[in-house]
Ligand binder design. Structure first.
Ligand code: HEC
Length: 127
């Protein structure tokens, strides 16, 4: 029995898909800089107290979830009653929909624990 020749037609699509995954990984793992890690969040979250697509994350540590004045939270986030600290942020950022089901943050989470640690390290500086 003869084996067929390589399926050249499949190559471009595969290459494109893996390039896409590498871009996503580079954003999440940007080594060394906590501020760079936060770039995944900055499109929606300010650090200066002003609200955008998401509530400002200024002073997030120790705050109760869903309580930034003037931001229209989902019912889910308003009633979650989580105190944001390292442990609760780590759980939430790993899987936002599992921790606060029905929340409206359009972000699927940060799978890599070191990247979450960098982001949380940066959030701690936002007094
Ligand atoms: C595409 C926009 C978007 C991105 C990207 C995003 N968020 Fe959010 N975030 C939101 C929205 C909207 C809410 C409010 C959710 C609700 O009310 O259900 C929210 C809520 C939160 C809350 C709860 C805030 C509070 O006052 O209780 C935290 C903490 C948070 N986001 C952290 C992050 C971090 C850290 C990142 C980056 C890893 C991130 N978010 C990425 C839009 C975003």
């Amino acid at each position: 029995m003869r084996t067929g020749s390589a399926a050249f037609g499949a190559l471009p699509a595969t290459a494109l898909a893996s390039a896409w995954i590498m871009v996503a990984a580079a954003v999440a793992q940007d080594a060394g800089s906590e501020r760079a890690a936060f770039s995944a969040c900055a499109a929606c979250h300010s650090v200066d107290g002003s609200n955008g697509t998401g509530p400002s994350l200024k002073g997030i540590m120790g705050r109760t979830s869903g309580t930034v004045p003037g931001f229209r939270y989902s019912r889910a986030m308003k009633s979650a009653a989580i105190t944001w600290d390292e442990a609760s942020l780590d759980r939430y950022l790993a899987n936002p929909q599992e921790v606060v089901p029905g929340n409206i943050m359009p972000f699927s989470g940060v799978a890599e624990a070191p990247a979450r640690a960098e982001i949380i390290g940066y959030l701690k500086t936002l007094r």
